[in-house]
Write a new protein. Structure first.
Length: 517
């Protein structure tokens, strides 16, 4: 029987494609110092989907960027990539040899966006510089996060990390649950009963789903068959959907939900925008999302339906007594220094990131400027959380530049509101106690570049080939009993070659470790 906490990182010795090593380093002297003594460097980063960032005509002229430069005595020239185009923009950047001093990546050192650049020598190893000049980083960053930004035992990236990889939760409209007269569901069967009871009470979508099974993994988690995850079966590392028995049960449960109208009929094409609108308009009874979004859901629901009460409950458990959603990687983003940057300048950049873990940085990124966005009374911060969409976007925009810290939640800020306190309590008491892990590979398997049909598309999305068959089976266009045929098709379209790669990376030393997950 598998345990829910398995999350193992193993090394895959896979060849990488060399990329150009040109540099877009700033032309301001060996130390990167401007005439006024400021540390000057260039940097690329993602917009993280922030609307304020994506509306900005020039992010470098934004007030919160200017204030950051003042606080840190820096002159930063930023280039921002839209999140939806991030991987492709990164690929173009490396292909053009136009690489800034610092590169932010969404993920670790060997994820798709990095295009093999670390292995090709584009970025400098940071071990010695970190030990000498970054005491805050060295004491705060967990070993697992350093591992995901390392290659061949050397640290290349500075991570923004997650102290607990369990972030996703099952949300419920508690007021609707109370109308059913039922308790929070503990099992898949009880979960179905609650959805049926909500349907009788007039809830249009008792469980909200969306395209590609994103944020719809409650059932997949209960049966531990998340399509993008891997486990050890009979001494081999294979995708979890190779578990025919549990995958069949999960698909049968989804089909029941579809046939009985417990999920949207158009779930396979329902966009993230429509997913949000259905929840915020009161059409949904339960849904999966990051637990940090509790305050946002509560605020928007109160505006639409004053009597609405949104809470987080434990995820239902399946036949093996496991449940929950996927466990995330140990890191959120990471930062790499161009190998062409001088050592003196690199030291300045490392000190800049080390400053991110100071009380001054926490206060700035959490609350802004004293006298403008917050005040102090008897030494205590008084802060009004923005309530307009524009205000919330700008508030999150400032927080985007808190490049390095524990991303699990912002305790200083969340502790100021009842909703924030509730979120942290739910995190500590519910979310952190559940979740399902996967065997991860560093570097990422290059087999997936050759066989895209067999490649997972993200932490919560499996290969397109697999998702297409799942949708057809839920819609009744294919028999669920054909799942073994789906596995064979996956193998024939690159999955078998990927599995061979997986088998090769399991060494004698790693095999006992994998068996303990």
């Amino acid at each position: 029987m598998r345990t829910k906490w398995g999350l193992v990182l193993i090394s895959a010795l896979i060849a990488v494609t060399a990329v150009g090593c040109g540099s877009k380093t700033s032309d301001d002297g060996a130390a990167g110092a401007a005439a006024d003594g400021k540390l000057s460097f260039t940097m690329s980063m993602a917009t993280s989907g922030n609307k304020h960032a994506e509306r900005s005509k020039d992010v470098n002229e934004e007030k919160w960027v200017k204030e950051l430069e003042t606080l840190t005595n820096t002159d930063i020239q930023l280039t921002m990539f839209p999140l939806k185009d991030f991987d492709s923009k990164m690929t173009l950047m490396f292909a053009s040899n136009d690489i800034p001093d610092v590169v932010q990546n969404v993920g670790g050192a060997t994820s798709r966006g990095m295009s093999g650049s670390v292995e090709a020598g584009v970025f400098m190893p940071l071990d010695d510089l970190l030990k000498e000049h970054a005491p805050n980083l060295m004491s705060a960053v967990p070993e697992a996060a350093w591992q995901e930004t390392s290659v061949d035992g050397k640290i290349y990236g500075i991570p923004a990390w997650l102290s607990n990889p369990s972030r996703r939760a099952l949300f419920v409209r508690t007021d609707l649950l109370e109308k059913t007269g039922l308790s929070a569901p503990q099992t898949v069967e009880e979960f179905l009963d609650v959805m049926r009871a909500m349907k009788k009470e007039g809830v249009e979508f008792p469980y909200q789903m969306r395209e590609n099974f994103k944020y719809a993994d409650t059932i997949l988690g209960a049966f531990d068959v998340l399509p993008s995850q891997f486990e050890l079966q009979n001494g081999e590392v294979v995708p979890k959907f190779f578990d025919v028995e549990n995958m069949t049960k999960a698909l049968e449960t989804y089909k029941t939900m579809y046939d009985e109208g417990l999920i949207p009929k158009d779930f396979a094409t329902l966009t993230s925008s429509d997913y949000g609108k259905n929840i915020e308009s009161g059409k949904s009874g339960m849904w999966s999302a990051n637990a940090q979004a509790l305050a946002d859901f509560r605020g928007k629901m109160r505006n639409a339906i004053p009597e609405a009460q949104v809470d987080i409950i434990a995820s239902p458990k399946g036949p093996e007594n496991v449940g929950g959603h996927l466990l995330y990687s140990s890191i959120n983003t990471s930062y790499y220094i161009n190998n062409k940057v001088s050592e003196e300048k690199a030291i300045g950049i490392i000190k800049f990131f080390d400053w991110m873990l100071t009380p001054e940085a926490e206060t700035y990124f959490s609350f802004g400027l004293e006298g403008e966005t917050y005040t102090k009374e008897n030494g205590e911060i008084k802060y009004e959380v923005p309530t307009t969409s524009e205000g919330m976007d700008e508030d999150r925009f400032r927080a985007m530049f808190w490049f390095v810290h524990d991303m699990v939640y912002n305790k200083a800020r969340e502790g100021l509101t009842e909703d924030g306190q509730a979120m942290m309590a739910f995190m500590d008491d519910v979310v952190f106690k559940e979740g399902l892990g996967s065997i991860r590979f560093s570097p990422a398997l290059d087999a997936y570049a050759k066989y895209p049909d067999a490649a997972p598309q993200g932490d919560d999305v499996g290969p397109k080939l697999i998702l297409d068959h799942m949708i057809k089976m839920i819609y009744g266009r294919e028999p669920i009993s054909d799942w073994p045929k789906v596995i064979e098709e996956y193998k024939s379209k690159g999955g078998e070659r990927s599995s061979r790669k997986l088998r090769r990376v399991i060494t004698k030393e790693q095999a006992p470790l994998l068996q303990r997950i």
